[in-house]
Design a protein around this ligand. Sequence first.
Ligand SMILES: [Zn+2]
Length: 390
Amino acid sequence: MLTALMNTKIFSLIRKTYTFEELDRLRSTHSFYCPACKQQMELKLGKIKRYHFAHRKKTACESYSEPETERHLAGKEDLYQWLEKEGEVQLEPFLPEIRQRPDLLFTMNGKRYAIEYQCSVIPREHVASRIRGYEKLNIQSIWILGSNHLKRLGPSEYRIPSFSWLFARHFPRSFTPYLLYYCPENKQLLRLNHLYPFSGQIFFAHAVSFRQGDSLKHILQNPPDEILPDRWLKSRLNRFRKRLPPKEMTAFQQMLYVKKRVPLALLPSIVFIPSCFDYCFETEPYLWKTSLLLWAEECISFTVQDAAEYLFQLERDGIAVRRQLSFANPSNQDVVEDLGSWLLKAGFLVFMENEKRYRIAPVIWTDRIERILDSDTEFFRLISGCRHNL
Ligand SMILES: [Zn+2]
């Protein structure tokens, strides 16, 4: 930690720049204590990590997890300096009502934000209870991940493990999710937007970087412009069509073969239609979208509610598995409404005005690769046409 109690007052290591000699003298004449558990703390003046405090005894302090890495200490200090320019910020304040200590507590326009710079992986339950604690005090928690959590695989392709998803937030009045990362080495805050899954953990994403001086208010409140994920779509579909069939047929492939007589690689393009809530399932979107399509084809017509209920059934049957999210968590109704709006725009769904119900337009199921590739081309054309309606 960068703060400790000294003579019953908070002593901060970053209020000014101290020399080794100054601090060495201080630690020989004073004792330091944890503001939360009141146990004695040691002032560490090593060469690898920046100067910091650590609990003397390795007993767990309920308000803080240790040891802190140099990355964590550095990032916390940088973020403190960043926020100082924009509002009132406190470093590691102890909140006695909930016995929690955020890395930073920031007040902007009368609203309080707990800023957690999360570099380590901690149990999900700890994350959930810390978020609940802040909510009790009406504090919004903003979790900024250490850049160690992010692995870039290509120009717009990232591996995002399930732990990181616990911290995805969405912008006010929109469900567009984003993730924040801070890298102390190049002093950049990265915001990942437009997250579309290639698979359970690999995502297409659009990254925007910010530096000290850029307004945090802007970063947290202004969503990026909507994009049409056609680059994602082409790449997703091409990879899928070229994929070698696995040796053993899964239950899904068997069901598909029994019902439609088509191999997996020739699924109709419509099941790859993107929707902005694809991220909220760990299951690959084409799997639950195919099940929804098969259901919709059997219905003469249906309502949004019917489709949302069927999606619940897919969840109960383990065909669609929800991702664990803390903040950006849309309902099934939101999911099918968004999916439906894309299908409508592209002409795959028909709205029956007089009955206020929907029906699905005829879909091509074929085991001929040429026909499927033609229908893919037509599909891209229809999706590109949606650009005008964004
Ligand atoms: Zn403590």
